[in-house]
Design a protein around this ligand. Structure first.
Ligand code: CTP
Ligand code: ZN
Length: 160
């Protein structure tokens, strides 16, 4: 199939999360706590050619719009993502997500001897290499990308 063909159809109303680093579309859905058993129509496109990235993933969710908190969390796992808000088939808003340089109070440090295990000290991680790794500023423990995603998902707690 030619790369110029549309792989999945356009959506009428909802959100298109574009320019996701390839392979991360399912993690994006995980942090949005979308399992697929909801009533939204969802298209997941993975490993397609992109002009900006080598390869990219795209997630299209019909009838679902994202909160600021949700786009902030997407930024952590997909720093290159673009959030497109679609109304009546048109892109009415396009937002680049922005990766915070520092994440406070979201992820617990996995190091059992870290000072942040004591009460009253908020965890603080420095984001390294565009969302691929994070480092605890107190004990220097580094989290790899899978550890990072796992801790974000844990921190989000059980699905309501
Ligand atoms: N899109 C969609 N349904 C629509 C409109 C757009 O699924 N009704 C998708 C497009 O397929 C694309 C994304 O939303 O993946 C952004 O659309 P658009 O801004 O038209 O595309 P580009 O100009 O290529 O975006 P960018 O400049 O961000 O790469
Ligand atoms: Zn620590």
């Amino acid at each position: 199939m030619s790369v110029r063909e549309l792989i999945v159809s356009k959506i009428k109303d909802g959100t298109v999360i574009d320019h996701i680093p390839s392979g991360r579309a399912l993690d994006v859905l995980k942090v949005l706590r979308i399992s697929g058993s909801e009533n939204f129509r969802i298209a997941i496109v993975m490993n397609v050619e992109s002009s900006k990235l080598n390869k990219k993933d795209i997630v299209k969710i019909e009838g679902r719009f994202l909160s600021k908190d949700e786009t902030d969390i997407i930024a952590l796992i997909a720093p290159t993502a673009t959030i497109n808000i679609i109304k009546n088939f048109e892109v009415v808003e396009k937002r680049k997500v922005s990766t915070p340089r520092v994440i406070s109070g979201l992820i617990k440090c996995p190091n059992v001897t870290c000072i942040t295990k004591h009460e009253g000290i908020e965890t603080t991680f420095e984001v390294l290499s565009a969302g691929l790794r994070a480092r605890c500023i107190y004990c220097n423990t580094e989290l790899s990308y899978p550890e990072f995603v796992e801790l974000i998902l844990k921190q989000l707690g059980p699905k309501k």
